[in-house]
Design a protein around this ligand. Structure first.
Ligand code: GMT
Length: 388
């Protein structure tokens, strides 16, 4: 029997896939007997209170007139070193490299010899967008080189890391995961659905943090096509910088009464099973966690053929992958399936089946193995790239 580990999980707590993965992983590790310390500036939504082995440590952000931007990276490094002095921590696990791996590196230096190992999980835009910005490129590359273990949430992201940052810091592919009990078609609630659509109307959905990479305007345009051919409603779940633009476009296209903007404070495991389709027309998507959660609820996803989405969705089998920006093709695909309930049902079942390859327990096993490997005295990194 291997000893339980002390893991400090560092993440962005707000809406966004990396925080969700970090939180769910932390809870899962604690259920397996590990001591988990979540470190962030606010408690992540999915880190529930009351678990005896999950401890949340808030990073205080001091305001000072000299700083236009408070140096969060330093405050986080300080908090990490304090946590590691007060608790037995084996691993600092940084989710999203920027700035978390830099803080973990600083904390490790502060702690001296035998400090925790650093594991970095790359989630997407830390490599494909933000990390490439000239103000972050060198530090991101350095942080990757200083990590004792690196994982990426898709083969696509591992390849991008290798090609754009470093050939000497291979990333192990550990795909994202889903709680198959919590996200399940059996949670379909007919009464709740009537709150958003009549029984003869289709209910389409989108969930994101409404940043430009999500192309929320394409969601509205695709829905505009669908609504012209089929009586339907759209649920826009989440919030972010592009919400206002999306609301304005819905208004301009005469869709105001058909689109519900619900914001981010929602029980998505109750909403997703209500949908007939999920739209994800992203410009970039390293994995597409929201798509996986929809698929686990038996909801076909219509997405763009970009990034890591083909590792999740098999085109015309468990969902649809269409060219970036082709809102007409996305709308047409939805309408064709809405006219053919048998085919729609087939894709629903295939979506659920596909999601079962990404079960929480299998993926948590992979993270545990990664921790044990970096902690082993003769640690050597491997690059393992597998698509289930
Ligand atoms: O970029 C976002 O929308 C948020 C970002 C994050 O790190 O919070 O999401 C990324 O990580 C998710 C969890 O691993 C992935 O499922 C998303 O595909 C990825 N987003 C992008 O690559 C744009």
């Amino acid at each position: 029997m291997e000893r339980p580990l002390g893991i400090a999980i560092i993440c962005h707590p707000t809406i966004g896939g990396s925080g969700v993965v970090a939180a769910e992983l932390g809870m899962g590790l604690a259920d397996r007997g590990h001591d988990v310390h979540v470190v962030s500036y606010v408690r992540p939504v999915r880190v529930t209170e009351g678990h005896s082995r999950v401890h949340f440590h808030e990073v205080p952000i001091a305001r000072y007139p000299l700083f236009q931007y408070p140096p969060y990276t330093l405050a986080l490094a300080s908090k990490l070193s304090t946590v590691a002095r007060q608790h037995p921590i084996d691993v600092f696990h940084a989710h999203y490299a920027i700035p978390h791996t830099a803080s973990a590196y600083l904390a490790k230096q502060m702690l001296g010899e035998n400090g925790p190992k650093i594991v970095t999980t790359l989630h997407g835009t830390d490599i494909t967008l933000l990390g490439l910005d000239e103000s972050f490129y060198d530090i991101t590359r350095f942080c990757l080189q200083q990590s004792d273990g690196i994982s990426a949430v898709s083969n696509y992201l591992a390849r991008e890391t290798h090609a754009r940052f470093c050939t000497d810091c291979p990333a192990e592919v550990i795909h994202n995961f889903v709680d198959l009990e919590r996200f399940n078609p059996k949670h379909f609630d007919a009464a709740l659905r009537t709150k958003y659509a009549c029984p003869d109307e289709a209910l389409i959905g989108h969930l994101s943090n409404f940043r430009w990479v999500k192309r929320t305007q394409d969601v509205i345009k695709t829905f505009h096509y669908i609504a012209r051919h089929h009586s339907s409603k759209l649920l826009m779940i989440g919030d972010g910088p592009d919400r206002e633009t999306a609301e304005r476009l819905a208004d301009e296209l005469g869709l105001k009464s058909r689109v519900h903007f619900l914001g981010s404070d929602q029980d998505i495991d109750e909403l997703l099973p209500l949908l007939d389709f999920f739209l994800l027309p992203s410009e970039q998507e390293s994995f597409g966690l929201a798509a996986l959660e929809a698929m686990a609820c038996g909801v076909p996803v219509i997405a763009t053929d970009v990034g890591g989405l083909p590792e999740l969705i098999q085109h015309e089998e468990s969902g649809f992958l269409l060219p970036l920006g082709d809102v007409e093709a996305m709308g047409r695909t939805a309408c064709e399936l809405l006219k053919n309930p048998e085919a729609h049902q087939r894709v629903r079942a295939a979506a659920r089946k596909r999601s079962e390859y990404f079960s929480q327990s299998d993926i948590i096993d992979r993270y545990e193995r990664l921790y044990r490997r970096v902690l082993a005295p003769s640690h050597q990194e491997n690059s393992v790239a597998t698509t289930p």
